[in-house]
Design a protein around this ligand. Structure first.
Ligand code: 16G
Ligand code: ZN
Length: 533
């Protein structure tokens, strides 16, 4: 169990390409897979140190590059309650990854140990999993070698979706407490979700078949396994793009990111009016829905639409249960469609917070509410119930059968939802719960509000770090004067809105624009892009 500081000097896996610089960003480390062997080894060390710091609490490591192309890969850490790695540790991750010889690596480890007052003899436990990328098996070995030199008790969970690993970490760390989250196994996950879903839709007729585009990723085999836990008359699913064995197919012209950014149906779908569709991304932590209307027009039901649906349903349930003292809130980013914010604020009359891009920001803000609904427009999100809210829901006594029914349903909803992180399978079940209870098709769901036309443009610039933002990324403070120029353009358009921010995952700047019509939106996006060059 001891940490062998001298051994890391001889076992270090150095960078393959000299001069590569790594950064632990919004999505952990993410780059071309062949550049990651050294990083994986260091992440093994980091995970062990994090676990030792937390007296042996189990830490998770997920190897995935989500919606990125197949040749990429990545890795991120999961903290004991299933959340993302605490932000203050991201810097340690970056420092470790960039240490390129045994001596400097040992030095960085010592710095972390001193700064965090870590007892190197404390126990360490780490669980890890990976997605379907061909590069994973090699990278897993590198991670294992870092874990081994750090004396961590390491347990591989093999192929998993990202949210499954988050779930498993939380289950392990809460086992035997009042706060136990479930069985820390894949089967335990399927059972918890399927049982909760059956309760949540009990007595309601099943909806038509939902086609699920799995982006040829890990969601496909896992969803195929999951449906075995649900009778056909409760939920009917049909998987498309479920080929995880043919090289080159992962996320290729399909999956949630493709559908959201192109605003078109994925390869392999033959979508007709009346059909119901959704898409997962490559590690199954994001989901978007879509359909074509009676005129054959493609319509997207993205993360904003899911947030609106979930907030509406949960607020009504809370009222039916008679616990509307609980404060419900919604968290969005600047990418949320203006119409969605308007709907939440003025129709549902629910408080809305706007935070910078990246799940950790949304998650933390959502924790400030009793029930916090958070979704990024790209389909990543979930609902958090505070311990007090859960306690209220679990202990309230019904005075009428109608109230009892509402309580049962709200309890089931808290179990359908993966509260550790956004989860495509769990979010899919939440949406199906609501649509089944309302007996709604996608068109009824879509009626809540009409999206403003919007455009997202990627602009490659010489140095994206000069773009500094404030006000949850909605305004630029630097380069000086640029925001005023953007404002001048925006003012000319009805419902105009535009903002510029540096990407956290790509070497580029993103320009977002929305306005009352498609042509005005395109014009505004163009004008702002020209300012940024
Ligand atoms: C990462 C984030 C995602 C965000 C995206 C923005 C997590 C787990 N993932 O993938 O939430 O939407 O970055 O990318 O936080 P960008 O900075 O390149 O626009
Ligand atoms: Zn993902």
């Amino acid at each position: 169990m001891t940490f062998d500081l001298s051994a890391i000097k001889s076992t270090i896996i150095p960078h393959k390409v000299e001069g590569t610089i790594y950064a632990y960003g919004t999505a952990g480390f993410r780059t071309k897979a062949h550049l990651l062997d050294s990083v994986m080894y260091k992440v093994g060390i980091l995970a062990a140190l994090r676990s030792k710091k937390l007296n042996g609490a189990t830490i998770g490591v997920m190897i995935t590059a989500s919606h990125n192309p197949e040749e990429d890969n990545g890795v991120k850490l999961v903290d004991p309650r299933g959340e993302m790695l605490e932000q203050s540790w991201e810097n340690y991750a970056t420092k470790l990854a960039n240490a390129n010889d045994g001596d400097s690596l040992a030095e960085v480890v010592e710095q972390i140990v001193t700064a965090q007052e870590i007892n190197l003899d404390a126990p360490a436990a780490v669980v890890y999993a990976h997605d379907t990328r061909p590069s994973c098996p090699e990278l897993v070995k590198c991670l294992e070698s870092g874990l081994s030199v750090s004396g961590a008790k390491a347990t591989g969970y093999g192929l998993k979706t990202t949210p499954m690993l988050h779930y498993i970490v939380r289950c392990i760390n809460t086992a035997g407490t009042n706060d136990a989250y479930g069985e820390p196994t894949e089967e335990g996950y399927y059972k918890k979700l399927s049982e909760a879903f059956m309760t949540a839709v009990a007595g309601k007729p099943r909806l038509s078949t939902l086609h699920v585009d799995c982006g040829n990723g890990v969601g496909a085999p896992k969803l195929a396994e999951f449906v075995k836990y649900l009778p056909e008359d409760v939920l009917s699913l049909k998987i498309i793009n479920g080929d995880i064995h043919t090289e080159g197919k992962l996320n290729k012209d399909c999956g949630a990111d493709y559908v959201k950014t192109r605003q078109q149906a994925p390869l392999g779908s033959e979508i007709a009016p009346g059909d119901r569709y959704c898409s997962f991304d490559g590690d199954a932590d994001r989901i978007v829905f879509y359909y074509v209307d009676s005129n054959g027009v493609f319509k997207l039901l993205d993360g904003d639409k899911i947030a609106g649906l979930a907030a509406m349903f949960i607020m009504e349930l809370v009222q039916d249960v008679g616990i509307d003292t609980l404060k419900v809130g919604v968290v969005q980013t600047a990418y949320a469609n203006g119409s969605s914010t308007n709907y939440l604020t003025n129709v549902l009359k629910v408080p809305v917070s706007c935070v910078p891009t990246g799940v950790k920001h949304l998650h933390h803000e959502a924790e400030k509410y009793d029930i916090g609904v958070y979704f990024e427009a790209n389909g990543h999100g979930t609902v958090l119930f505070s311990p007090e809210a859960l306690n209220t829901i679990n202990t309230i006594e019904a005075k009428t059968p109608a109230q009892q029914q509402a309580i049962n349903q709200l309890k089931a909803v808290t179990d359908v939802i993966n509260q550790t992180v956004g989860d495509a399978i769990s979010d899919m079940l939440l949406v199906e719960t609501i649509l089944t209870n309302r007996q709604w098709g996608p068109e009824e769901w879509d009626q809540a509000y009409t999206d403003l036309p919007n455009r997202l443009v990627k602009v490659v610039v010489a140095d994206r770090t000069i773009f500094k933002t404030t006000n949850a990324e909605r305004e630029l403070v630097e380069p000086e004067g640029l925001q005023e120029q953007i404002n001048e353009h925006v003012a000319k358009y009805s419902h105009g809105r535009s903002f510029v921010r540096a990407s956290g995952t790509e070497d580029a700047v993103r320009v977002y624009a929305e306005a009352a019509t498609r042509s005005e939106t395109d014009e505004l996006a163009n004008k702002v892009s020209l300012l940024v060059y």
